[in-house]
Structures are given as structure tokens and as C-alpha cells.
Design a protein around this ligand. Structure first.
Ligand code: ZN
Length: 256
């Protein structure tokens, strides 16, 4: 046996005022749907994901650039090392070519040139290795930059889409809500206050048509006792569903 609310002193309102509740309910239901749509735009989730992806990518780009800068310094140092040896070789070769100095001196220079050639070869191998690392890092930075470009383009497109969707919904909300104040005024404070109170506690639906003996709010079919009570109620009595406490609006299709 469901709990029965005690019959309270029922609110009186002309049927025409009661019917306007259905207009108000239609407006509010649509406004609720618009608010829900705004809070759940299809672009919101992918935008959050792509923005997180962009932040991670930016970190990767900073790391790759730092590594590339380090290698550029390493390469400059390596080039300097090779150049020092080349300069030394050039000086020695010049002395050798001049033929000045003792045979012993020239022999010493010849020895040094041999070891310098070995040293130069080693340093040039190092230089090539550093250069290759630098090229790989430069390619990595370029690839990350390209990905960043694609990502920001996608984010920009989604933001535009979201903006357009929001504008459309806002425009619809303004249009739907434009007549609301007049309808509320026609309903009157007492009934409008009751409507708002029920709306707040009943998931947004406060008033519904009583149609074919069913409450339009909770969709339950009324029992004979309740139907009899409603049949006997005055036309200006505001009747409420015993199950969901919503205001039931009587029409020609109520089945009474
Ligand atoms: Zn109900």
C-alpha cells in the first residue's frame, strides 16, 4: 500500500491558468534539454583529450629541442677539435715543404704528421657520429613540430565547432525563453511558486497532462479511487498525482 499524502487545502486556479502550466512546462523542458546539450557538447571530450595530448607533446618538443641544442654544442666543440688538428697539420706541412731545418727536425715533423693524421681521422669519426645524432634529433624536432601543427589545427576546428554549437543553443534558448515571463505572469504567483517547488524536487517535470487516466509525469494509471476524487473535484482545483505529487492538468482526453 503506497504512502498517501494527506489531503491538504487544495490550491484553486482557473483551468485556463492551469493549462498555461503545460506551456510553461514545455518551455522549461526544452530549456533543460538545451542546458544539458550545452553541458554535454560532443566536442568537449575530444577537446579535453587533444588539449592533454598537446601539453604532453609540448613537453616532448622542449626535451627534443634541449637535446638538439646540447648536440649542436657538442658538434661545435668537435669541429673545433678537428680544426685544431688540421691547422697543426697545415703548419707542419708548410715547414716540411719549406725544407728548412735539420734532417732530424724534418723526421720529427714527419712523425708528428703521421700521428696527427691518425688523430684527425679519430676526431672526424667523432664529428660524423655527433653530426648524425644532431640530424636525427633535428628530424625528431621537425616531426614533433609537424604533429603539433596538425594537433592545433584539429583543436582549432573543434573549438570553432563547439563555439558554433553553443551559439546555436544560446540563440534557441533565448528564443524559447522569450515568452516565459508572460506565461508565468498569466499563471499567477501562487501556482507558479508551487510549480517551481515541484520542478525542483521532481527532476524538472512539475506539471503534466492527465491523459487516458494516466499521469503524464510518472506515467502511472490512476486507480478508481483517485479517478473518482478527480471527477468530483472542482474545475478550478489544482489536482496532484498521488504517486509523484506532480500537478495533473485535466483536458478533454483525460478519460474521466
Ligand atoms: Zn504521477
Amino acid at each position: 500500500m503506497p504512502f498517501r499524502h494527506p489531503r491538504r487545502c487544495a490550491l484553486k486556479a482557473d483551468p485556463s491558468r492551469q493549462w498555461r502550466l503545460l506551456d510553461l512546462q514545455a518551455i522549461d523542458t526544452r530549456l533543460d534539454q538545451i542546458a544539458h546539450a550545452k553541458a554535454n557538447l560532443p566536442q568537449t571530450k575530444p577537446l579535453a583529450e587533444l588539449t592533454a595530448e598537446l601539453a604532453a607533446l609540448d613537453t616532448e618538443i622542449v626535451n627534443a629541442r634541449t637535446a638538439a641544442d646540447d648536440v649542436a654544442r657538442e658538434l661545435a666543440k668537435s669541429e673545433q677539435d678537428v680544426q685544431l688538428v688540421r691547422d697543426r697539420v697545415a703548419r707542419d706541412q708548410a715547414r716540411l715543404d719549406s725544407g728548412q731545418g735539420t734532417a732530424k727536425d724534418l723526421q720529427a715533423i714527419q712523425h708528428e704528421l703521421t700521428s696527427l693524421a691518425r688523430r684527425q681521422s679519430e676526431l672526424e669519426d667523432v664529428e660524423i657520429e655527433v653530426m648524425e645524432r644532431g640530424e636525427a634529433l633535428a628530424a625528431r624536432v621537425a616531426e614533433l613540430d609537424a604533429r603539433r601543427g596538425e594537433l592545433t589545427t584539429r583543436i582549432g576546428a573543434l573549438e570553432s565547432e563547439r563555439e558554433a554549437a553553443l551559439n546555436t543553443l544560446d540563440a534557441e534558448a533565448r528564443q524559447v525563453g522569450s515568452g516565459r515571463a508572460d506565461i508565468v505572469a498569466g499563471i499567477g504567483d501562487d501556482l507558479a511558486t508551487l510549480y517551481e517547488k515541484i520542478r525542483a524536487s521532481s527532476g524538472g517535470i512539475a506539471a503534466a497532462e492527465l491523459k487516458h487516466r494516466r499521469c503524464g509525469g510518472c506515467r502511472l494509471e490512476l486507480n478508481n479511487v483517485d479517478l473518482d476524487r478527480i471527477r468530483k473535484a472542482a474545475q478550478d482545483e489544482v489536482v496532484r498525482c498521488e504517486e509523484c505529487r506532480r500537478i495533473m492538468i485535466r483536458t478533454a482526453e483525460s478519460g474521466l
